[in-house]
Write a protein that binds this ligand. Sequence first.
Ligand code: ADP
Length: 484
Amino acid sequence: MEIKHNELSFQLMVEATPTALIVVNNYGKIAYLNNFSEKLFLYKKNELIGQDIGILIPQNKSSNHPAYIKEFFVNPKSRQMGENRELYALKKNGVTFPVEIGLNPLVTVDGTLVLAAIIDISDRKKADEQFRLVVESAPNAMIMVDNRGLIIMINKQTELLFGYSRDELIGQKMELLVPDRFKENHSNHRTSFYKKPTSRAMGAGRDLFALKKDGIEIPIEIGLNLIPKKDSQFVLASIIDITERKKNEEAFKEYTKSIEHKNQELEQFTYIASHDLSEPLNSIQGLISLIMDDEENNIDENLIVKLNFMDQSVTRMKELIKGLLDYARLGKNVESVEVDFNLLVKNVLSDLESSIKKHEANIIVENLPKIKAYELEIHLLFQNLISNAIKYRNSTIPPKIHISAKHVNNLWQFAIRDNGIGIPLDQKDKIFLLFQRLHARNEYSGVGIGLAHCKKIVELHNGNIWADSEVGKGSIFYFTLAVK
Ligand code: ADP
């Protein structure tokens, strides 16, 4: 009773299974098929039972089939059919389709039969084909390697990059494309890759090279992608020739070095020149005051006006030289510290107190952050921007200045907004260059170093500075500081 029940459920299971199951005897005749086989091959059961299995095999592929059947019965054991061969089956309507077949011996009282489990792999083949097409048209070289390191697929770009034809590469060890001195390590790397396989860039921190057919080595970059297969994993390596990039990097390095050198020379020159120029100016100014203070000189009003004018010019020149000196020194021997920007701005405002009072400036400061920065430089930065906001005020209304900061990505972005005269759109970038001024000296005093200074300070903090403005309405100066 028990056995009967088991047999029944087994039969139900076989009938319901979504795989075609066909039992064949040792003469190659079909002895049994399940429901799904009817669906797959479009035959009714009674049309197939007793028929030669050859009826389900396309003519051109079946010539050797009887021999294969014999071979199976000589050594009957469960296995995949047609390993390394592509298998096809034939439907009643004449349509051929790719299949995968598992064979299992069935030992019965009537002798040994074979149970064939047949899976339609059309969809998988289609997906494989689509995958192949994508790889083929990829703009970089792509090579698929099996877990033994054998090349099983390449694309057109691989042929172009390495100079080998497809036939020369398929079936070869990947080491063919690896320069001799890396060969041994390469197989070690492969072993450790398979111990912990993940899709990733290859050779992090190492310079990678590949060997072309003509013996020339090229620097490359490789991305590894895992392609899961039935019982193993293949690797699809995507290879980029970085010869050009390396060349550009080298050239850029050289260029940066020479610029740095020139900068150093220029800064040294500025420093010495500024220093040496201040000396005679101090003497001239000393002499001017000597002449003016000496009552015996009995100088007339006219001369006093001229001497005053000279004194002013010398003062201006000293300011200019000091500005240049500061500019050249900026960023030398500085150390960043935690800066409380609320406190810092408060100090700047107290430095500017007399000017703020004189022009009745209204300054609103929002809550500002604490950031690691070069304190003295940041003090100067705010001082320049706030004093400009007061200096370039509208003559009709008192200055109103708003200072704020917000966190954007990995930066702090500060904004200093005024209601002053504004800056014409086409001049917005120019004002950050040394000595660029938009106004006549008799209109607004200044030497045109302040904003260049600000730019250098901000760049010292890996930030940017820029302005937004509307003529007659006011300006907003923005700058960013990297969060360290
Ligand atoms: P300086 O103020 O000594 O002339 P800066 O480098 O500080 O030099 O500024 C360069 C120029 O940018 C100024 O001459 C002025 O024309 C313009 N500028 C700077 N700040 C403002 C502002 N807040 N509003 C309008 N124009 C400004």
